[in-house]
Ligand binder design. Structure first.
Ligand code: BMA
Length: 328
């Protein structure tokens, strides 16, 4: 396991959202999407709740809830809003990521179906309470994030297909596609192969929706270390993975081109709420990156698949890390 290098500062009052803050049935509150819209922070969080025990850990279902904040640190949860997508084919949606493009609000999400995992894109109304699904990928794909503006006249997304058959094992990469209407996607290109990320021996995936800097698109990703010698790490019988956060910078005009990325984890599980007593310990899963006017950034992440947290950095520090270790 890689040590945390203290490159970002965790909020002293983490977690910012957990089971105790939720006014409805809730157990694991994590992997939220966060955006700032007209000065207010909005968070759509994942809630996995227990029911009649139906598997070894008793998790019965998943829904998504909505929270609002004036400072990005203290949150008020909407009592009524719960996003659930379920029918004969679709089992659940989870791991939302939010993006505002041209004053319209979009949410990417993962979608478990009877025939595989699909990446979804939907549009939220201005109250963030209603979701209209625009498109779903073919299986298996997820961890999709949208860029905040069109590039060369097209919407662009990062995504993470899972080619199990041809790649072997859980060895997955970050890809990119574009679209004229957010519904039909194509022109797919590899962005970052998992083999380039030296602190991962397994899959990587897009984490936070990219933010624009004058040096390039800044984007956090997750990177997995699989350690078969690990025993019990959480409520699960056996959890053998560690999830780190990585940081990369993509070319402004051609985002399939990586300008640079930091060759060590930006964040490695280190705090008790990231390492202990969680559903899956040693997981940091980034889903939101907010750039403030003064150049400071807030990094939102799920910790141990159990609580939602925030950490702080600056855009300059993150860009510098990427430029220091140019992969070319
Ligand atoms: C991934 C997803 C995430 C989760 C992570 C760590 O495969 O299921 O939702 O946070 O694993 O368990």
């Amino acid at each position: 396991m890689f040590k945390d290098l203290n490159l970002v500062k965790r909020y002293k009052d983490n977690p910012i959202l957990s089971k105790k803050d939720i006014p409805f049935k809730a157990d694991l509150i994590f992997n939220a999407g966060v955006t700032k819209y007209h000065g207010i922070y909005y968070m759509i969080f994942r809630n996995d709740y227990k029911g009649t025990p139906c598997d070894s850990v008793g998790l019965a279902g998943t829904n998504l809830g909505l929270a609002k904040s004036k400072d990005g640190l203290h949150w008020i949860v909407d009592k009524k809003t719960r996003f659930v997508l379920q029918d004969n084919e679709i089992k659940r949606i989870y791991d939302p990521r939010l993006q505002v493009i041209n004053d319209e609000i979009y949410m990417c999400f993962a979608c478990d179906t009877k025939h595989g995992i699909r990446g979804g894109i939907g549009k939220l109304d201005k109250s963030f309470k209603k979701l209209k699904v625009i498109s779903l990928t073919t299986p298996d794909n997820r961890n999709m994030v949208l860029f905040p503006e069109k590039i060369n006249g097209k919407y662009v997304r990062l995504e993470r297909p899972f080619p199990v058959y041809s790649r072997g094992g859980e060895y997955f990469d970050i890809w990119m596609s574009d679209s004229s209407d957010l519904k039909y996607w194509g022109n797919s290109k590899l962005v970052l192969g998992a083999e380039k990320v030296k602190f991962s021996n397994a899959k990587i995936g897009p984490g936070t929706p990219p933010i624009k800097t004058k040096y390039g698109w800044l984007c956090l990703f997750h990177a997995v270390e699989l350690d078969p010698t690990r025993g019990k790490n959480g409520w699960e019988k056996k959890w053998q993975k560690i999830y780190y956060v990585g940081v990369m910078l993509l070319d402004l005009k051609n985002p399939s081109k990586v300008i640079g990325y930091y060759n060590k984890p930006l964040m490695s599980p280190s705090m008790p709420y990231e390492r202990k007593n969680g559903y899956r310990n040693d997981v940091i899963f980034p889903g939101g990156l907010i750039l403030e006017k003064n150049g400071k950034v807030k990094i939102y992440y799920g910790a141990a698949d159990t609580v939602e947290c925030v950490a702080f950095s600056t855009v300059d520090d993150l860009v510098k890390l990427c430029l220091k270790a140019n992969i070319k």
